[in-house]
Every structure is written in C-alpha cells, then in structure tokens.
Ligand binder design. Structure first.
Ligand code: C5P
Length: 322
C-alpha cells in the first residue's frame, strides 16, 4: 500500500521507487496487503491513477492472509505471478519490435514536415453555464502531436476543451466551439503538409445561445433547442486546391469500417482511421485499436496504447506518397 502511494506521488526515496521513476519501460505491479488496506479508498484511488498512467496490475488473490484475516489482498501464488510476468514481457517485446520498426520508418519522413492536428471535443454553448459536448478526451490527438514532434515534425495542435498537458515543443491553440476550431484551421491549414482531424467536432450548434442563464418556468415541462449544422472542417480542408494530405477519424459504435470507408469517399479524404468506441477503447480510454484505411489499403492495428497507435499511424502516413 505504501509503495503504491509513493509510486502515485512520483516519490523516489528508496531504490524501488527510484528505479520506477527513472525508467521508460512498462511496469507491472503485483501488490499484496491486508484486505482492509487493499479495499481502502485511498489505495483503490492510487491503483486507478497508476493504471491510467499505464501501469499493469496483477490483482491480489483472495484468501487467508499473513495477518490472520481472510479476504482480497493476499499475494497471488508465485507461479501465477511468474506466468503473468512472462506473458506481459512477451506481449511487450512483440509490441516493442513493431514500434521500433514503425519508428525508424517514420523518422526520416516526418523530419521538418508541418503537421496540423485537431483534437478533443467541441463545446457548443446553450447559455453561459450549459453546453452540448461529447466524451472525446483528446488523448489520441495529443498522442499523435507528441509522437510527431519527437519524430522531428513541426506540430500545431488545435485543441478543444480538454485537461491535458501540452506535449513539449508543440504549438497549441485552444478553442471551445466548432466555429472557433474552423476559424483557426482556415487560417493555418495552407501552411501544413498534413492535416490530421482527430477532434470530435459537434455536428450541430445551438442556433441562438442565450445571453443569460435559462431559468425553469413554472408549468413548462418541455423545452426545445433549435440546432443548426456546423461546418464540416475536414471536408472543407479537403475541398481546397492547396490542401495538405488529409487524415480523418471515424469513431463509431457499430459498422465502423463500412461507415469509415463511406466517410473517406464522401469527405474526399486521403486516409481515415476507423475507431471502434467501446468499453475498453476509444473515448476516455488510454488504449485504442485503429484500422488505417486509404483507397487501396486497409491495415488493422491491435489494441495498444494511444502512443503506440500514434506511432503506427504516423509510420503508415509516411508510406503514402505526398
Ligand atoms: O462525419 P463524422 O463527424 O463522423 O466524421 C468524422 C471526421 O470528420 C473526423 O475526422 C472529424 O474530426 C471530422 N469532422 C470535422 N468537422 C465536423 C464534423 C466532423 O472536421 N463538423
């Protein structure tokens, strides 16, 4: 419990936590402790945060504990830990091999290229305190921005309202609504070699946002909001004669590939990343599984971190000639 708390805080006052803080390798945790320490909200919160940061957790076993109590928190059998470590390592090494390959393919291509990325949701105001939004976290677009910069690209990131740190060396422009995002993209797209539209742009906005907070009216049980269509930013960029290489995203809960191919054509995109949104991937998640689609190619990426998906995506774009 103590080590989990220290790892969560980023402390480094002993050998173990120092090693954990000073590595870029994945870390697997197999915590064991008294059942009440394990179920304590503080411990569970620490575990949640560590998982979100990419730590892999081997859940403690249930049963008799060293302290004499019985419950969840018991150390798993050593053989179970050993097998989990071996499986984890095999998976990691396989992914690492693919990532290294993708990285070296992409590096020479992206050096000096200018990349424009939109990321996150847009918020469409109803009144000064309410808005229509969506569950996009912005993590995919931010991961692409981060990886592309490390590959040597010059990245402009137009970000909707998200609570994410700006990747080092990325020029970030914050916007709130689809119209604001459209404004910025219109002024900067011509300078870009490639435009990746990862933002979940609202299809509609409120026709007339109220200037003051809307109040409940006695006896009024329904209200109607009039919505008007937002400009389709990625489709607009694709229509321009001086358009960069244009990559769209298609996040869907069903028929993903079919809808994605339709969008590729309809919006005249050079490439589209199909994204199944579900319980363990897509919106609000750290992992994703993209299918990368052009007119002639379709490559399925297996579920991995958004950083690994970004490397695969940027390496795939590097193979397209533009
Ligand atoms: O049609 P749909 O919204 O599903 O298409 C998704 C793709 O279109 C994404 O790449 C998204 O960033 C882009 N898009 C846009 N402007 C809109 C709506 C979607 O750029 N108004």
């Amino acid at each position: 419990a103590e080590t989990l708390a220290k790892l969560r805080m980023g402390r480094a006052d002993d050998l173990l936590t120092t090693l954990c803080l000073a590595t870029d390798k994945p870390i697997m945790l197999a915590p064991a402790m008294n059942r009440l320490m394990w179920s304590n909200a503080a411990t569970q919160d620490n575990v949640l945060v560590l998982k979100q940061r990419g730590f892999t957790l081997l859940e403690p076993a249930e049963g008799e504990q060293a302290c004499g109590e019985v419950g969840a928190g018991r150390m798993p059998e050593p053989l179970a830990i050993f097998n989990a470590v071996v499986a984890f390592q095999t998976k990691f090494q396989e992914q690492q091999k693919q990532t290294d390959q993708a990285w070296s393919n992409a590096k020479s291509f992206w050096l000096g290229k200018k990349l424009l990325i939109t990321a996150g949701p847009t918020f469409e105001d109803i009144d000064p305190v309410r808005f229509i939004g969506n569950r996009s976290s912005g993590k995919m677009g931010f991961a692409i921005a981060d990886v592309a910069t490390k590959l040597g690209a010059k990245v402009t990131l137009v970000a909707g309202p998200v609570q994410l740190a700006t990747p080092v060396n990325v020029e970030r422009i914050n916007v709130r609504s689809a119209l604001q995002m459209f404004d910025i993209v219109q002024t900067v797209y011509a300078d870009a070699d490639c435009f990746i539209s990862a933002a979940a742009v609202a299809d509609f906005r409120v026709a007339q946002p109220a200037e003051q907070k809307l109040k409940k009216q006695p006896g009024l049980d329904n209200m109607t909001l009039e919505l008007v269509k937002n400009p389709d930013i990625v489709a607009w960029v694709s229509e321009q004669s001086d358009k960069p290489f244009v990559v769209g995203f298609a996040a869907e809960t069903q028929n993903v590939i079919e809808y994605a191919k339709d969008k590729l054509k309809r919006k005249n995109l050079d490439m589209i990343c199909a994204n199944q949104v579900g319980e363990f991937q897509g919106f609000e998640q750290n992992d994703n599984a993209l299918t990368l689609i052009t007119e002639t190619e379709e490559v399925v990426q297996s579920l991995s971190s958004k950083t690994q998906q970004a490397i695969a995506l940027l390496s795939f774009i590097a193979k397209q000639s533009f």
